[in-house]
Every structure is written in C-alpha cells, then in structure tokens.
Ligand binder design. Sequence first.
Ligand code: SF4
Length: 61
Amino acid sequence: MTTNPGLCRRCASGRSIKSGRGSVFWRCAEHDRDPRMAKYPPLPVLRCPLFRPLEPAPEPG
Ligand code: SF4
C-alpha cells in the first residue's frame, strides 16, 4: 500500500523509512531540533508551519 505523506514528501525535513514489513513511515527531521514536532507525524500532513520545500535540482551544464 502506498502511503500519501502529503507535504512531507516535498519537504527538506522529510525522511522516508521502510520497515521490514514493507510499511513506509515518514520521519520529520525537525523533531531533532524541536521535540514539539512529532517524530513520525500523522499522515498525510496537509499543513505544517515548518514546511520547507526541497531545493530544486541544479540545471545541468
Ligand atoms: S517539517 Fe512538517 S512537512 Fe516537513 S517533514 Fe516535518 S512534519 Fe513534514
């Protein structure tokens, strides 16, 4: 089953983790700096004050 993480997929702090059973969890790296942030936020995350978009890949050349 595919998990829809919402904003976490496009966030610089989102880390996907696959369990041994094949389930996918999304870990929030902001938790390391601010323990008030959930380590494993309930998904999908639709709004988040700390969302930071991933940097776009650099243009080749
Ligand atoms: S900061 Fe918000 S959007 Fe980004 S990974 Fe954490 S919970 Fe998800």
